[in-house]
Design a binder for this molecule. Structure first.
Ligand SMILES: Nc1nc2c(c(=O)[nH]1)N[C@H]1C(S)=C(S)[C@@H](COP(=O)(O)O)O[C@H]1N2
Ligand SMILES: [Mo]
Length: 401
């Protein structure tokens, strides 16, 4: 049995597990979640997607090859997959018996069937879903955890109901500060913390925050959170809890490891490789501006004539306003055209006609800027979780003589 440094499943010692379970909050610590002697058979429905690159097979974590990002919407069968424990057994998310419970600081506890959920006004929106650990492989010094490169991201259309409508029906009380989220998935190892998450109530009540039941106009596939998934548009995917069963209005953030230790980001500058205490960290929330070169592919041999360079660019709750290309290591930049659909939270496709000046090796770089003036750095600041990488993307090509 291999012990992989798997997942953006955080590194955790027994001591910090117990402490986290007791509500105490620690920084990152060394050690591993103990793996069972055997993972057993993957649950039904946990089938590998042939077009993805597998990082971990059980539970299945796989990224999309960048060359697949040629369409505005990422098809469900090409959408990256990540979860800490794998999907729940299908009977726990059976659309006929599944219930959504809403409780905590509410006037009435609710328990809704899928039909009852779908009776609320539907909302459809498109958003990028991106793992906080996307690009972790590029941090130096190296950060342990799944070595996601570029493809732990995708852009999908989600249909569901406003979380604000659900909370209004339950009579959420004004003193509620956070909405805690829990799904039907359970750890493979006893005593491992649940994937218990929360968002501030302001994000939960935002009219674009939905509990989705469709992904790209199909019922959400099991791997992506069937039958209902929280979608916090513009935020990192760890807020987008899959297989949701419980929404709890609370005074507090969700307790436990996955909210209090993992997915936290330094509030200030950090010495690379250093440790930070809990007070110096805040939860990862919004996405940062980022772009990828989709064509030409890394290592491609291109003709000397005009070369079409294309890709995608996205940001958090703002809009991408500019994408620039450099072929001289960032000394000079030229503006690319933004093409296709322009919608909040979604990614924007872009295109650039490049006329290589001479044959031989060339590096193409792209840099996006959003409407708040945020732009991509050459490399992202090191942080102990290896989160929020948005360093400028680069692709090396060979221009034929
Ligand atoms: N219930 C549950 N929801 C979850 C997770 C999980 O382990 N359990 N993983 C989160 C993380 S870390 C990511 S990156 C996204 C991945 O979503 P996807 O598999 O649909 O791409 O789901 C999020 N929602
Ligand atoms: Mo993630």
């Amino acid at each position: 049995m291999k012990r992989h440094a798997n997942g953006d499943r955080p590194m955790v010692s027994r001591r910090s597990l117990l402490a986290a379970a007791g509500g105490a909050a620690l920084g990152f610590t060394a050690g591993r979640i103990p793996l069972p002697a055997a993972w057993g058979e993957p649950p039904a429905g946990e089938q590998a997607k042939p077009s993805l690159m597998t990082l971990v097979s059980r539970p299945y974590d796989a990224e999309t090859p960048v060359q697949a990002f040629t369409t505005w919407l990422t098809p469900n069968d090409q959408f990256f997959v990540r979860s800490h424990f794998g999907p729940p057994p299908p009977e726990r998310v059976d659309p006929k018996t599944w219930r959504l419970r809403i409780s905590g600081l509410v006037d009435r506890n609710l328990s809704l069937s899928l039909d009852e959920l779908q009776a609320f006004d539907p909302v459809t929106l498109t958003t990028v879903v991106q793992c906080s650990g996307n690009g972790r492989a590029f941090f130096r010094p190296r950060v342990p955890g799944a070595q996601w490169q570029k493809g732990a991201v995708g852009n999908a259309r989600w249909t569901g109901v406003r979380v604000a409508d659900l909370l209004r029906r339950a009579g959420a009380r004004p003193e509620g500060r956070h909405l805690q989220l829990l799904g039907a998935d359970r750890p493979v190892v006893a005593k491992t913390p649940l994937f218990h998450r929360s968002v501030p109530i302001s994000k939960a009540l935002h009219p674009d925050t939905i509990l989705a039941y469709q992904m790209n106009d199909e019922p959400i596939p099991l791997l992506h959170g069937a039958p209902a998934r929280f979608i916090a548009p513009g935020w990192m995917a760890d807020a987008c809890v899959k297989w949701v069963t419980d929404l709890t209005v609370s005074h507090e953030e969700a307790p436990g490891f996955y909210m209090q230790t993992a997915y936290r980001h330094p509030t200030g500058p950090v010495k690379p490789g250093g440790e930070i205490d809990h007070a110096g960290m805040k939860p990862v929330e919004e996405m940062v501006v980022k772009s990828l070169i989709v064509q030409p592919a890394e290592g491609a041999v291109v003709a000397r004539g005009p070369v079409t360079v294309e890709g995608v660019a996205w940001t958090g709750e703002g809009r991408v306003v500019k994408v620039e290309i450099s072929v001289d290591e960032g000394r000079t930049w030229e503006v690319a055209s933004l093409v296709g659909e322009d919608q909040p939270y979604a990614w924007r496709q872009w295109r650039f006609e490049w006329r290589p000046a001479q044959p031989g090796g060339s590096t193409i770089m792209c840099r996006a800027t959003d409407d708040r003036g945020m732009t991509q750095p050459m490399t992202s600041p090191w942080n102990p979780g290896g989160y929020l990488w948005n360093g400028i993307d680069r692709v090396e090509v060979e221009v034929r003589a």
